[in-house]
Design a binder for this molecule. Structure first.
Ligand code: PHE
Ligand code: CO
Length: 292
């Protein structure tokens, strides 16, 4: 980023910037269309109904990268949420304040054509295609607002490391039990071609019933497919279990050790006991490089 750009983007207190939709070029829009088409074929029968309904009602594919000004009126009408553009990752408190006010901060840049499969920072495809459809669901919309309020509180209580795991294992990598089988609702999964399949079909990861306190004791990986996914019974159940006061939970967590990322406990409800074959192969492949 040039100095001139950096200066013109000196953050306002809420870090919101103009999306600058007119500045996307044809190659940027093509990246969106390519990613959209890949996921469109994969997600029916894999993503949950709330997600698929949201994707339809926002009509996210029309003309490539969506203009927030076009999708916001419908999102507002459905749940009172809106999407705002930010330059990239924002400080925790800024992020939580937006959520608490029913604004989802989204990156406005899009990955390059050679980064279709993996990117370490969330781009507009992850943020908008991945997150925004779920925000059209009234129950999930309430959960996300509550999460923002809970984040502000957890920050004051120095409990963000525990609360962040809830975001990770639900909003980003959550699975849901439905009469038709397990379905995806996590944004990190629906926005990834490979993980959309891996999360549901690969024998490697554990798939365990959602248990709030257990989940908050479980670390996660940010650099590869998850080793454990947590399965909620429904969005209502997720909202219900997070309505309680987390104060006593945080107090108990202070004295409770972390659970190993791949462990299955006798108290877990087990949908899949993973072989962890994928994770082990990846670790083995990484090991020699680590010794350099
Ligand atoms: N109930 C939580 C608390 O007391 C707040 C919260 C709600 C956190 C929903 C996450 C999701 O802190
Ligand atoms: Co995300």
């Amino acid at each position: 980023m040039s100095v001139a750009t950096a200066l013109s983007e000196a953050p306002s207190p809420d870090w919101v910037v103009d999306q600058g939709w007119a500045a996307y070029d044809a190659a940027d829009h093509q990246v969106w269309v390519t990613l959209y088409e890949r996921q469109k074929h994969l997600l029916p029968g894999r993503a949950c109904d709330a997600y698929l309904r949201g994707l339809e009602s926002l009509d996210l594919h029309r003309g490539g990268i969506p203009d927030f000004a076009r999708i916001n009126p419908e999102l507002q009408r459905l749940t009172g949420w809106s999407v705002v553009a930010v330059p990239g990752l924002v400080p925790d408190e800024v992020f939580f304040k937006h959520l608490a006010n029913r604004r989802f901060p989204a990156g406005r840049f899009i990955r390059r054509p050679d980064q279709l499969d993996y990117l370490s920072e969330p781009d507009i495809f992850h943020d908008v295609f991945g997150h925004v459809p779920m925000l059209t669901d009234p129950v999930f919309a309430d959960y996300m607002q509550a999460y923002g309020e809970g984040g502000l509180r957890a920050g004051r209580l120095e409990q963000l490391h525990h609360l962040a795991r809830l975001y990770w294992y639900t909003v980003e990598f959550g699975l849901m039990e439905t009469p038709k089988g397990l379905r995806i609702y996590g944004a990190g999964i629906v926005s990834s071609k490979a993980e959309s399949v891996f999360a549901l079909e690969d024998p490697s990861p554990n798939r365990l019933g959602f248990n709030l306190e257990r989940l908050m004791r479980t670390p996660y990986r940010i650099d590869d497919f998850q080793q454990t996914y947590f399965v909620i019974p429904s969005l209502e159940a997720l909202r219900e279990s997070t309505l309680q006061d987390f104060g006593p939970i945080y107090a108990r967590l202070a004295g409770a050790p972390d659970i190993q990322i791949e462990d299955v406990l006798p108290t877990d409800r087990v949908f899949t006991r993973g072989t962890q074959a994928y994770a082990r192969a990846q670790d083995a492949a990484r090991a020699p490089a680590g010794k350099i």
